[in-house]
Design a protein around this ligand. Structure first.
Ligand SMILES: NC(=O)c1ccc[n+]([C@@H]2O[C@H](COP(=O)([O-])OP(=O)(O)OC[C@H]3O[C@@H](n4cnc5c(N)ncnc54)[C@H](OP(=O)(O)O)[C@@H]3O)[C@@H](O)[C@H]2O)c1
Length: 346
């Protein structure tokens, strides 16, 4: 039997691999140079993805299939723990990557339990790819962290055999640049109108990851199992201040100054009270969808992404291997992550 120090992933199953960040991870793993950190890569996706072959999702999956992706269909909602164990056994999957979104994080405990119950699965990467939910004393009270903290508790209490790795990336630079609809004061850039909104004075550093780098860091994690087992890895593309981002925008758009609105953190905290409906103590609070991004932006502006040392070096990712501020801004000016086609169209 192989010891955990010489384990290498062989058959990887990616769940939620068509999602906003999952698509970057799936694409990066499929196009990684040889030797790849797997023999087979399989996507678990909901049935019916191919019912309209002209849809963006069907075209993306067809493109990925031409690169070697295998497909298993199912539903994280309706599949039981036993159904998942069967999927894992049938495919001999030894490594599972979950990229499920916030709406389906609640199903992860049963998927983890199924992996723990299967003899085949050795390594599980739950859906994290974001803010450090155990950053400081305040983290446990952040309403945005409830689902991910519950999963970490579940893993501590229930998982004995599986190795688990959380890939903590901080904010996606590509997304952070877009103002939150209806609440631009929470931060963002509108280069066409030469406008920017910055939280605080813009001098506090933020550790960012570009979305392509999230894929690269997951790839690096898979290439370093022993170093990654049972860790929450902190990975970052670059650490910059919002004012440095502003200066880069001004430089790349011809030198004209942007019209900048600076909003104090205390104003953002007041906005959070409204968006989370915190004062509704009698009834059931009805949070607005923008509550999550606004709270996360406040956490990032307060320094919740800063470390004495990140884990890039542990994964042997050098500075020249990851994206720069310059590249991140250039991509946004070219259309941003919303126009990414992952090679389906050039
Ligand atoms: N750091 C940041 O700035 C940042 C930003 C956004 C997200 N994140 C994190 O990244 C992780 C993934 O989030 P995401 O936004 O990328 O996920 P997402 O796009 O919302 O969803 C991922 C996938 O979940 C699958 N899914 C299965 N059942 C579903 C259902 N009933 N309804 C909807 N989707 C279903 C879908 O795959 P199929 O269609 O193939 O079935 C979907 O593509 C989360 O942990 C999130 O917190 C971080």
């Amino acid at each position: 039997m192989t010891s955990s120090s010489d384990f290498k992933p062989t058959n990887i199953l990616i769940i939620g691999g068509t999602g906003t960040i999952g698509a970057y991870i799936t694409s990066t793993l499929l196009s990684s140079p040889d030797p790849k950190p797997y023999t087979t890569l399989t996507l678990f996706t909901r049935p019916g993805f191919d019912s309209d072959p002209s849809s963006a999702k069907a075209q993306l999956i067809t493109h990925w299939q031409s690169l070697g992706l295998r497909i298993v269909t199912g539903s994280v909602e309706s599949f039981s723990q036993t159904d998942f164990t069967k999927v894992f056994e049938d495919g001999s999957f030894d490594t599972i990557i979950s990229c499920l979104g916030r709406a389906t994080l609640q199903y992860q405990p049963k998927i983890i339990d199924a992996a723990e119950a299967s003899e085949k699965v050795k390594w599980f990467l739950p859906s994290e790819f974001g803010t450090d939910v155990e950053y400081n004393e305040r983290s446990k009270d952040e309403l945005t962290h409830v689902g991910k903290l519950a999963l970490r508790k579940h893993v501590r209490e229930k998982v004995k055999r599986l190795k688990v790795t959380y890939v903590v990336t901080g904010p996606y630079f590509d997304m952070w640049l877009y103002p939150t609809p209806g609440y631009p004061q929470a931060g963002g850039f509108e280069p066409k109108e030469k406008k920017a909104w910055i939280v605080g004075d813009g001098e506090g550093k933020v550790g960012f990851c570009t979305m392509w780098d999230v894929g690269r860091f997951v790839l690096a994690t898979l290439l370093h199992p022993a170093q990654s087992f049972n860790k929450a890895l902190k990975v970052q593309s670059f650490v910059v201040t919002p004012n440095q981002v502003l200066a880069e925008f001004e430089k790349q758009t011809g030198g004209t100054k942007f019209d900048v609105t600076y909003t104090p953190l205390s104003e953002i905290e007041k906005l959070e009270t409204v968006l989370w409906d915190k004062e509704n103590i009698d009834g059931k609070p009805q949070p607005k969808p923008q509550a999550t991004p606004v709270t996360l932006r406040r956490i990032w502006a307060q320094g919740g992404t800063l470390y004495e040392k990140n884990d890039n070096e542990l994964l042997e990712v050098k500075e020249e291997d990851s994206d720069t501020l310059e590249e991140g801004v250039r991509r946004y000016l070219r259309g941003g992550y919303k126009t990414e086609t992952f090679g389906v169209r050039e």
